[in-house]
Every structure is written in C-alpha cells, then in structure tokens.
Write a protein that binds this ligand. Structure first.
Ligand SMILES: N[C@@H](CCC(=O)N[C@@H](CS)C(=O)NCC(=O)O)C(=O)O
Length: 208
C-alpha cells in the first residue's frame, strides 16, 4: 500500500497508527503541506479534496478520507480488531472518532487557519484562541465519553485511540491547556508507550 502522508498531518497519523496496529507495511509518499503540495495538479488528480491522507490499495484503488480508510482497513484486515465486538461498543467508539474527526479537526485544519489569517486577516492571537476553543469544546465532551484511563474504550486499542493521540499531538503543538482533561492525558500517556503508536508519531516519521 502507498500512503500519501505528511509527518505532522494528524489525519495521516491516524492511518499510520492503524496500519502499524494491523502489522501492514506501506510506502509513505510525502505530500508537503507547508509547501502546498496538496494543491499540486498531480495530487489533485489523485485526491480532488486536496487533503492528506490518501491510500492506494494493493489493487491500485485510491482511497480518501481518513475515517473511511480506517473503516476500510478494519473490514479488509480485521485482525486485530479496532472496533468492539458489540454494536453498542462500536457506536460508542465511532462517536468518539466523530467527535474528533468531525467536530474538532476540520475547524482547525491548515486551510482554515490560512483562511483566518490570510483572508480574514485575524491576528495570530485570535487564530490561536479559535484553535483552542474548538479543541476545548471537543475535549470536554471526550473527557466524558471515554470509558477508561488506558484506552478510550475497553482493554485494547480502537479507532478512537487512533484518533485521540494525533489530536492530543495537535493540542500540544499549539500549547493547549490540557489540565482539564486528566482522563485524556492518562490515555495518551499510555498510548504513547505502545510501539504501534510511537512508531507512527510525527517525531518518529519526521524527515531527517
Ligand atoms: N476529513 C479529512 C481531513 C484531512 C485533512 O484535513 N488533512 C489535513 C492534514 S491533517 C490537510 O491535508 N490539510 C491541508 C490543508 O488544509 O490545506 C480526512 O479525515 O482525511
């Protein structure tokens, strides 16, 4: 498989975690977001969204949208399972995934930050306040949604954990106050120690 990837992309980080957890090898193809390579004509042909990640399957199909890809990986490569066996558990895990992937991340994406700064000409301070605001709202809900202090749900990693750690990375990168979220901090501290998560981190995959 080929992953169209950027080391600091938290949506790509989700996929790196899931691929590692499932023991699937992949080739990482860097799309430099700072250099705006996601808007290059060649990449737009592959992924008209102009966003990272995208995944080329072994059959050469091109998949987009990280959560759709997570679900595809789960269906195609069910071991180890990253969704609970019971329908209620799956609904809870998917709710946490969506809290992050729908209600936090898109509001703080690079293109949103660029629009705020370059088009609306808000100050760096106002942009940071915006960024923190949406994470704080989402994390306050997640702090209630998580069901443990090692994993978001149950006794093994799920898709929710694959989304939480990258979002924590973003929060830390932009100096978010994480004091109000002791359960999220405990889960993240545990996940960071797991080889599949550690090997997927931006620090581990950053270009030399
Ligand atoms: N809903 C998309 C979001 C992907 C996304 O926003 N990716 C970011 C990096 S984490 C990106 O490519 N940003 C480039 C930009 O905003 O121009 C997904 O989950 O795959």
């Amino acid at each position: 498989m080929q992953l169209y990837d950027y080391f600091r992309s938290s949506a790509a980080f989700r996929l790196r975690i899931a691929l590692n957890l499932k023991g699937l090898g992949y080739e990482s193809i860097a799309v430099n977001l700072v250099a705006n390579e996601q808007r290059d004509a060649g990449y737009l042909k592959l992924n008209p969204l102009g966003l990272v990640p995208a995944l080329a399957t072994p059959e050469g199909e091109l998949l987009t949208q990280s959560v759709a890809i997570l679900e595809w990986l789960e269906e195609e490569y069910p071991e180890p399972p990253l969704l609970p066996a019971d329908a209620l558990g799956r609904a809870r895990v998917r709710a946490m995934v969506q809290t992050i992937a729908c209600d936090i991340h898109p509001l703080n994406n690079l293109r949103v930050q660029r629009y705020l700064m370059d088009t609306l000409e808000v100050s760096e301070e106002a942009k940071l306040a915006w960024y923190h605001h949406w994470i704080a709202l989402g994390f306050a809900a997640l702090e209630q949604q998580v069901a443990g202090d090692r994993y978001c749900h149950g006794d093994s990693p799920t898709l929710a954990d694959a989304c939480l750690l990258p979002q924590m990375f973003n929060a830390r990168r932009f100096q978010q106050d994480l004091e109000p979220y002791p359960r999220l901090r405990a889960i993240a501290a545990h996940l960071e120690q797991l080889p599949a998560f550690a090997a997927a981190s931006p620090e581990a995959v950053a270009p030399a």
